[in-house]
Design a protein. Sequence first.
Length: 254
Amino acid sequence: MTDEPWPRRVLGTEVLLVLGVSLGASAITSVLSIISRLTASKALADQHSTLNPSITPDRPWLDLAYQLVSIGLGVVPALLAIHLLDRTDPPALATIGLNRGKLGGDLGWGAVLAACIGVPGLALYAVARAIGVNTTVVPEALGAHWWSVPVLILSAAQNAFLEEVVVVGYLLTRMERMRISLPWILAASAVLRGSYHLYQGFGGFAGNLVMGLVFAAVFLRFRRVAPLVVAHTILDIVAFVGYALLKPFLPWLS
């Protein structure tokens, strides 16, 4: 960590700009989305949220191009956050724990975290659906193409890299440098994560709020974001690819 002073105002402005071009913007549109859903004629429980939709289903080759471009652009805010961290906390990859050297431990702890988060998360989603405070989440709607599963895996990895780098590694490191107290750091990361999932309903918000608290606490304890990326990737792959593979055999999933 460099000894060069960085005023809180400068760092605060930087954080707002990074969030403004990434997950902060998603949180704002998600709030508008849940307002739209709650004021619609159809009940929230009768609505659907599709996570990986097809863009041009009648032209699969163009749909594939859209999907790959979207995934590629989706990692840019995380790369920007890492670049900015290099100014104050070099090397940024080591600072947030994305450097090489602990691959086995990162994979192992990531798998454990995925199991600890995934099972309770499914239970919370089922309860939220049962009491009518969540939409039906459709993990993918790409169609049966040769590229669907690889794209879903890439999408899962992109989601994980973007969210864990920006919402945990970058944001928590910046807030620590701004001398913000621990409870506020945990709350900010968790509420942000929950907020950009509000479009799914209140179950999505609550589940990701809890996940955000756990992931932030793990990062502050071990200073490594890599296991969080692994865990998030596993969770999304199971949801996206599992749904795609099982849907033809379990009609009730559709």
